[in-house]
Design a binder for this molecule. Structure first.
Ligand SMILES: [Zn+2]
Length: 148
């Protein structure tokens, strides 16, 4: 069996990548799961993993996972889909992801995620403002048409 170190899903040996996670991470073997402190699917019930945050932005999933891994917090990502999904409605439903961590680390992880989210929001605002400023400057300082 192979496992996704991102969401903890179990896969057959002939499967290489996780289909649930953003970026389709490469699957790992049981030893790799152990060394990262991650539970196997059948152990997940016994180890309590709780929600530290959610996001609907696949880029932020990557950011949060890396952030928590750097801090040595085991992290699992659960792909969420609201309601019943069938082929007809899939296009209308935005996917979202739950960031799961061990219960005893939940407080720390949630704080890290919130801080990162705030930083990200600030950066995005700045980027938007900078782009608007640039646009305005470009309009004002538009060079007169060259006479050929
Ligand atoms: Zn996965």
């Amino acid at each position: 069996m192979k496992y996704c170190a991102r969401c903890g899903s179990e896969y057959r040996d002939d499967i290489e990548q996780c289909s649930d996670c953003p970026g389709n991470p490469r699957l790992v073997d049981v030893g790799e799961m152990r060394s990262r402190g991650l539970p196997l699917p059948h152990e997940l019930d016994k180890r309590v993993f709780v929600r530290a945050g959610t996001t609907d932005n696949p880029l932020m999933v990557e950011v949060f996972v890396e952030l928590l891994q750097e801090t040595d917090i085991p992290v699992l990502v659960r792909a969420g889909r609201s309601g019943v999904v069938d082929k007809l409605t899939t296009g209308n439903l935005l996917p979202w992801w739950e960031i799961l961590v061990p219960e005893e680390q939940q407080e720390r992880a949630a704080a890290l995620i919130e801080r990162e989210r705030a930083q990200e929001a600030a950066t995005t605002d700045e980027a938007v403002r900078a782009a608007e400023d640039e646009e305005r400057e470009t309009e004002q300082s538009a060079a007169p048409p060259s006479t050929l």
